[in-house]
Design a protein. Structure first.
Length: 317
């Protein structure tokens, strides 16, 4: 995909924020709106009391366990591409859930929503990070995202009750489809592609252990809410999580190739010192943590990356 000039990215930055905000609102709405639909879906599809939790748990497990991998894929495949794929898949999974005729199909559609949500969410945040270069504007953009996350949950409860009361519980899932289509159409025009620099290989053992560990953690919390912390299943998944971390400690380390560079830049090693790495293409200095070559500033005798807050080359000034 051809490179886009910084001027065009800067010109379209607020349009990009609007598109990302739409997608964020859709994901937040979905988390709360489905809770209102559960009683009606339970009666319509004959879902038992024991299985009704899977309407929420299926989504949570898929989303929570694949979030790190989704960020890694977005950084190296292309954030815009993964963002649009996430929107498309989320729309299709929502439509599938809206037409579900059995509880199994409903649970599967919720799991698919979680999979594509795990692609969508980290790509959206990364796009915001690379689009807004000025720290004050970036703070405003993330403030908007935070406000949507907080207010969207309340809106979802109201909207879910309205749709369930006057239409059908199925619309609580189907309403995501037109929103995702709108966001995807606008994203194709106004959101610009970006990639992360660095090694693009995948650490397969790290992928497996990190995903298994996050799955165990998410399932453990969900199980504890119903059966308590002393339940055998809860203790079992906690043991699985611990063994996963000890089997491959780098699976949970920010420096692991499995984790996206955006997340890795905030790792515990960010306070260490290292020499600046020259960028052969631009003959300039780049951040050795995240590869950024533009958002660099002199701070107290060091070079500081404004993207990941990493300080380096402290003897170079």
């Amino acid at each position: 995909m051809k490179e886009v000039s910084e001027e065009i990215i800067y010109r379209d930055r607020w349009k990009t924020l609007f598109i990302i905000a739409i997608s964020q609102l859709m994901v937040v709405l979905d988390s709360s709106i489905v809770n209102i639909a559960i009683p009606s879906a339970k009666r319509d599809l004959g879902i038992t009391d024991a299985n009704q939790q899977w309407v929420i748990t299926a989504y949570t497990l898929a989303f929570g366990s694949l979030l790190l991998l989704g960020g890694r894929i977005g950084d190296f495949v292309g954030r815009k591409k993964v963002f649009i794929i996430g929107l498309t898949g989320f729309a299709a999974a929502s439509a599938l859930g809206g037409i579900s005729s059995t509880q199994g199909l409903l649970f599967a559609s919720r799991a698919l929503q979680g999979v594509f949500g795990a692609l969508l969410a980290p790509a959206a945040l990364s796009i915001i990070s690379v689009t807004f270069k000025v720290p004050s504007e970036r703070a405003k953009a993330f403030g908007v995202m935070g406000a949507i996350s907080g207010g969207g949950a309340a809106i979802g409860l109201i909207l879910g009750g309205t749709l369930t009361e006057y239409f059908s519980w199925r619309w609580c899932l189907g309403v995501n489809t037109p929103i995702a289509i709108l966001a995807g159409t606008l994203a194709a025009k106004y959101v610009h592609e970006s990639h992360a620099a660095g090694d693009r290989s995948y650490d397969i053992p790290g992928v497996i252990t990190a995903t298994a560990g996050l799955f165990s953690l998410t399932y453990g919390f969900n199980n504890a809410a119903h059966d308590g912390w002393s339940d055998g299943h809860t203790i079992g998944v906690d043991a699985t999580l611990r063994s996963t971390a000890f089997t491959n400690p780098r699976a949970l380390d920010g420096a692991s190739p499995t984790v996206s560079p955006t997340a890795a830049s905030c790792s515990a090693t960010a306070g260490t010192r290292s020499r600046a790495v020259p960028d052969p293409a631009s003959n300039s200095t780049v951040c050795p943590r995240c590869g950024e070559s533009r958002d660099l500033a002199k701070v107290k005798g060091c070079i500081k990356c404004l993207r990941c807050s990493f300080k380096f080359d402290c003897n170079g000034w």
